[in-house]
Design a protein. Sequence first.
Lengths: 287, 302
Amino acid sequence: MTTATLRAPATPRRRSRSTIAPLEFTRKRWLQAIIAFNFVFLYFPIVALIAFSFNDSKRNITWQGFTFKYYDKAFHNPALHDAALNTLIIAVVSTVVSTILGAMIGLALQRFKFPMKGLYDGLIYLPIVIPEICLAIAMLAFFNAIHMDLGLASVIISHIAFSFPFVAVIVRSRMSGFDMSLEEASRDLGANDWQTFWNVTFPYMVPGVVAGSLLAMTLSLDDFVITFFTSGPGSTTFPVKIYSMVRFSVTPEVNAASSVLIALTLTLTIGAMLIQSRSTKKMNANG
Amino acid sequence: MEDWRKNKRVFGILFLPPTFWLVFFFTFPLAIIWVYSFGHRGPLGQMEVTLSFEGYVQAMDWTILYIIVKSIWIAAIATAICLLLGFPLAMGIAFAPARYKNVLLLLVILPFWTNLLIRTYAWIAVLRTNGYVNGFLGWVYGLLDGFFGFLGAPDALGGFEPLQLLYNRRAVIVGIVYVNLPFLVLPLYATLEKLDKSFLEASLDLGAGQWRTLFSVTVPLAWPGIVTGLLLTFILALGSYLTPDLLGGPDSIMIANLIQQQFGPARNWPLGSALSFILMYVTFLCLWLKAMAAQREGGVSY
C-alpha cells in the first residue's frame, strides 16, 4: 500500500525524464550500448592483465586467490633488475638532454624569424610523424656506418632524437602566450640578457618545460621498437626484456612486471597533465 | 617575432645545438638509408653503395608487393572498424552533458598511455587457446551441454574445440584497432564538439529524421575531422610492427616486419631501405592529404 502511494507521484516525473531531446544522443539506449562496448573493449585486456598479476595460479585464466608472489618474483629477477636499471639510466639521461634541446629550439622557433623556417618546421615534426620502424632501422644503419657498438649510448642518442621534438612543440606552444613586453621592461630596468632570461622568461617557461620533460620521460620509458633495434646485449631495457619474456611464454610474472610499468607511466603522464592544466588555469586567471 | 640577424648570439646559442642533433642524429641516419635504398646487395649480404634501383625493383616483386598490398588492406580495414566504433563514441562524448565530457575523454585516452607492448601482450592473454574468450565460450558451451544432457541428449554438441583466435590476420586487425582507436576518436571528438548544433536542430525541425540528419548534415560538416582522423589512424596502422609481430602468424606480416627481416635474418639492406622509404612516402602522402583536408576547413589542424 505505502509503496504504491509513494510510487504514484514518481510516474509522471519518470515519464518526463524518458522523453529524450533530439540531440541527447547519450541517452539513447543503443548509443549507450555502443559506448559501453567501446569501453569494455578498451579496458578489458588491461584490467584483466593487472588483475591476473595478483592471481595465485600459473594457468592465469581462473581466479585462485590473491597473491603478491609474482611481484616478489619479478622484483627478485636479476635480469629484470638489470633491465629496469638500464631503462632508468636511459630515461634520465635522455629526458635531461631532450628537455634542454627541446626547450632551446622551442624558444628559438617561437621567437625568431629565419630563412627557410617553414622547411625547418617540417623537419622538426619529422621525428614525430615518421613510422617508428623507419627511424629504428635508420639509427641501426647509422651506428653500423660509424662503427659504433650498440649499447646504452646508442639507445640514449636515438631516444633523444625522437623525444626532443615533442618537448619543442610543448615549449613552443607554452611560449606563444608569453608577453614580450615583460622582457623589454626587464631590460629597461637594467637587467642584462642572462638575468632577463632567468628571472623573467624562464619562470614563465617552467610549466611547459616540466610537462615536456615528463612526456620525454614517458616516451623513453615506453619505447620498444627503436630500443629493440638500437640496443646491444648489455643494454636491454624493461620493455625489451618483457618482449623476450612474452615471446617465451605468458606468465603472471610478466603481468606483474607489466603492471609496474603501467603504474609508472600513468603516474608520470597524469602528473604532466595536472601541471599543464594548472598552468593554463593560472594563465586564464591572470587574464 | 624577431629577425635572427638582430640577435645573432642568442639565436646561435638556442638554435645550433638542437639543430646539430637533428641533422647529425636524425637527418643523417635517414640520408644513409636513402642512399642504401639505391645500393646493391653483395653475394654475402653485405652492403655495396652504388646507384641501382635493385631495391625498388625487388620491392615490386610479386611476393613483396603482395605483402605491401596486404598491409595497406589490413590498415584500411582496421581504420574502417575504428571509424565504425569510434564515430558513435565521439558523437556520444561530444553530445554528452558537460560534466561527463572530460571524464569520458580521459577514459578514452587512459589506455593509450599504457605501453604499446603491454597493450598488445594483453590481447595474447585474451585470444590464446586457453585465453579469456575461449574460456568464456567453453563455459557457455558447458552450460549448453548440461542443458542438452538434461533434455536427454548428452553429447549433442560434440566436444568443445577452442577457437584458433590468435596468430592470424583477424587477431592483427583486432590489435591494430585496439591500439589506434583513440587516435581516431580524439580528432573526431574535436570536430563534433565544435559543430554548430543549431544546424542539426534546424534539420530535425524541418522534418528530416535522425539518420538523414546524420548523413546530410553532421557527416558533411564533420568531414575534415573525419578525414584527419582516418588518415592519422591509417598512417599509424600501416607502420605497425609490434602488433603483427606478436599477434600475427606467418601469413599476416606487414611492411614493418618485412623491413625488419631485411635488416635481420634476410640481410638485404637495399630492399629494406627501399621498403622503408616506400613506407615513408606513403606516410607523407597521407599527411599531405590531411593538410589539404585541414586547409579546406580553414586551418583546423591537429
